[in-house]
Ligand binder design. Structure first.
Ligand SMILES: NC(=O)c1ccc[n+]([C@@H]2O[C@H](COP(=O)([O-])OP(=O)(O)OC[C@H]3O[C@@H](n4cnc5c(N)ncnc54)[C@H](O)[C@@H]3O)[C@@H](O)[C@H]2O)c1
Length: 251
């Protein structure tokens, strides 16, 4: 895929889909800024990338905080001179899966702050840099939960529908500028986030698999492939789109 030498930031790249995406970009010759709220996790990913094949830098950023996202982008541009690709992947789920009347304020506030406001901060600041350059691609990690109803998961659902909306609206605003904005909507994918969901209610494993027509979870690399493709020059005529990768669940 055509991403060689592109400068790429992946947020939440310390594990799961973000880690697989950062490593995949590096495999294709991109320079990757591996960012996470937990710097130690980001450093481990950078070590794996640089030992094997690629160029990477670990930067701590909690996407909940505007100043941390600002410094992430400043740091990237100071080191590599530009920002070609911003992958807004950092995301969390609610601690408790409860119906809307019982959904805790704590879960609502933290999920919206990371998944929705965090993506807004990352888009706003990446766009400012990309507008100066006259090029760039943003890939947001939304979810199947941003396309269809999900039970007992209101904050997550709200945040992911918002990511899909922000992707489409901003794509339209910037279509003439050489900046493209697309999103990937994964279904249930093997990761720490999914493990958290299953371990909170063990019966969930069989229940979730029963609604996936392919009868298995997705692999992080299967999501990463689509992210790299959407950021590559092969999709230069695509903007404002969502790609659903869910083993047929949405059908
Ligand atoms: N795994 C799934 O089934 C699934 C399905 C649909 C969408 N997604 C989305 O994919 C993305 C990645 O999730 P994952 O499944 O790989 O989860 P994960 O928990 O394995 O990874 C998330 C990473 O984000 C980091 N992070 C959390 N809060 C952060 C913050 N405030 N700032 C910066 N980094 C932060 C974590 O430290 C972690 O490394 C999320 O946006 C998630 O909503 C996941």
């Amino acid at each position: 895929m055509q991403v060689k030498n592109k400068v790429v930031i992946v947020t939440g790249a310390g594990s799961g889909i973000g880690k697989a995406t950062a490593m995949h970009f590096a495999r294709y010759g991109a320079k990757v800024v591996v960012s996470d709220v937990h710097l130690e996790k980001a450093k481990v990913v950078v070590e794996e990338i640089t030992q094997d094949f690629g160029e990477a830098l670990a930067v701590k950023a909690d996407v909940m905080y505007y100043a941390e996202v600002e410094s992430l982008i400043q740091h990237t541009v100071a080191k590599y001179g530009q920002l070609d690709v911003m992958v807004n992947n950092a995301g969390i789920g609610p601690k408790q899966l409860l119906k809307t009347a019982d959904h805790t304020l704590d879960d609502w506030n933290s999920v919206i702050a990371v998944n929705q406001t965090g993506v807004f901060y990352c888009m706003k600041l990446a766009l400012q840099q990309m507008l100066k350059q006259g090029f760039g691609a943003i890939v947001n990690i939304a979810s199947l939960a941003g396309l269809k109803a999900s039970l007992n998961n209101l904050s997550y659902s709200a945040s992911k529908f918002a990511v899909v909306g922000m992707t489409k609206s901003a794509a339209l605003e910037y279509a003439k500028t050489g900046i493209r904005i697309n999103a990937v909507c994964p279904g249930y994918t093997e990761s720490a986030l999914l493990n958290q969901l299953i371990s909170s209610r063990p019966e969930m494993d069989a229940m979730l698999k029963s609604v996936i027509p392919m009868k298995r979870y997705g692999e992080a690399l299967e999501i990463a492939d689509a992210v790299v493709w959407l950021a590559s020059d092969q999709t230069k005529f695509m903007t404002g789109q969502t790609i659903t990768i869910d083993g047929g669940t949405s059908l």
